[in-house]
Design a protein around this ligand. Structure first.
Ligand code: AMP
Ligand code: GLY
Length: 419
């Protein structure tokens, strides 16, 4: 079998690592991938990122299954285009992808299907949004409705900050068309969890929960990032929380996608907030999370190809997942300065030699220059360790980091630390 994975980060490397364990797969192409992915025997990167190019490639190379990692092409309708050519592809169609591509659409969906979410109002008119600011309490959350690579959310502590955020989005259009409509919503206090679930639109099958660490600084301080590390399972997702999640969020989401006839095979990523008043859905992402995938897949004992195939063939009902016991801790090694300015092309030492028991190294922002791996992005590498307990996983991950060196390497020291 030949597989095409679309994306270029640690998530796609982790997908290729897990899939390559299946002997039925002879070749995995990653578009565009990153230099470290090709350390896996069956993997080849291809430098394509446009839907039409990818479609041609899939036809020419007789790809049996395409898996879309990142969101942009999903929102542009890659799934519909592949399906129109009878090519098997895993991911939401353009209609369903709006649950991630438009926060206004997602909030309307949540309200329509009785899914608990922060109270909100949507605006595209600046004057109307300003007027609304008169009647609310602070802090408040302002979100660009469209895709903004995780940067489109502002937590405004007071009215001045809210006005600046609204002007940036609605007048200055700092997020382009993505910010032409905004959601203003109630600020929730609690602990976040990421839960990924496979669906074939008949059933929805959640994976083990995860806890992302989104801020650059320890103790959740400083700027938002794409994610600085993860532990799985999420220690705050108790059996009770999981049960509430299944009843109050998962089940009505499935009912909603069925009622709206969003027929697809894909992953829904639920970003939730566990509060003293219950569990709230913050957002849907319609794909696997990065770096959640890197922490969750090493715990999955079941074969991943079978899971993708069962989703596409609407056989998920028959799938029972098995999991390794214990926990994983994924620590992201980033370029100094990230998420603001940083320099690329710094030599990285230790990648090829990396060999730690119960540890995986997934590469993200790296390139190969004259046989030397160099930095090529903000989030450079992910180290994922498995342990019998979260503490053991954490200790192993931080010990393994010593084997990798590059100038300015930054990581948070508190990934997986539970207060
Ligand atoms: P989102 O893209 O909607 O998940 O928002 C990005 C991040 O902003 C979340 O992971 C939270 O940390 C924070 N956030 C979003 N909505 C809220 C909210 N209503 N209350 C508190 N924090 C929020
Ligand atoms: N870790 C958050 C995301 O994948 O969007």
């Amino acid at each position: 079998m030949k597989i095409l994975i679309i994306g270029k980060g640690g998530r796609e490397h982790a997908l290729a690592w897990k899939l390559s364990q299946n002997p039925r797969i002879e070749q995995i192409y990653i578009a565009e991938g990153n230099a470290g992915c090709e350390l896996l025997a069956k993997v080849k990167n291809i430098p394509l990122n446009q839907i039409d190019e990818l479609l041609d490639f899939a036809k020419q190379h007789q790809i049996n299954l395409t898996i879309v990692g990142s969101e942009e092409l999903l929102v542009q309708g890659i799934v519909d285009k592949f399906q129109a050519c009878d090519l098997k592809i895993f991911g939401p169609n353009q209609h369903a992808a709006q649950l991630e591509g438009s926060k206004v659409f997602a909030k309307d969906f949540m309200n329509k299907y009785g899914i608990n979410t922060a109270k909100h109002q949507s605006f595209s008119d600046y004057a109307a949004a300003l007027k609304y600011l008169e009647q609310i309490n602070y802090p408040i959350v302002i979100k660009a409705s469209g895709l903004a690579a995780g940067k489109g959310v502002v937590i405004a502590q007071n009215r001045d900050e809210a006005e600046v955020a609204l002007a940036d989005m609605l007048l200055e259009q700092v997020f382009g068309a993505s910010g032409c409509e905004v959601v203003i919503e109630e600020f929730l206090v609690g602990v976040e969890a990421s839960i990924l679930a496979f669906t074939d639109c008949n059933v929805i099958l959640p994976l083990i929960s995860a806890k992302d660490h989104k801020k650059i600084g320890e103790g959740e301080t400083g700027l938002n990032t794409g994610g600085m590390g993860v532990i799985a399972p999420n220690p705050y997702v108790t059996d009770l929380v999981q049960q509430q999640f299944m009843q109050e969020i998962l089940a009505p989401t499935l009912a909603g996608i069925q009622a709206e006839q969003m027929d697809f095979a894909g992953v829904i990523f639920f970003g939730v907030m566990i509060t003293q008043n219950g569990i709230y859905l913050l957002e849907y992402n319609m794909r696997l999370g990065d770096p959640e995938t890197q922490a969750v897949l090493p715990l999955l004992e079941s074969d991943l190809l079978t899971l993708f195939e069962a989703s596409i063939e609407k056989r998920l009902e028959k799938v029972e997942l098995s999991w390794h016991s214990g926990a994983t801790c994924c620590v992201v090694l980033a370029s100094g300065g990230y998420p603001e300015e940083y320099v690329n092309n710094l030599p990285i030492h230790g990648i090829k030699e990396f060999n730690q028991t119960d540890c995986q190294l997934f590469t993200a922002g790296i390139a190969l220059q004259e046989q030397q791996f160099v930095t090529a992005g903000g989030r450079v590498l992910n180290i994922v360790a498995k342990g019998n307990t979260p503490l053991e996983a954490r200790n192993k991950a931080y010990a393994a980091i010593q084997d990798i060196q590059f100038k300015g390497c930054y990581c948070r020291k508190d990934i997986g630390k539970v207060n």
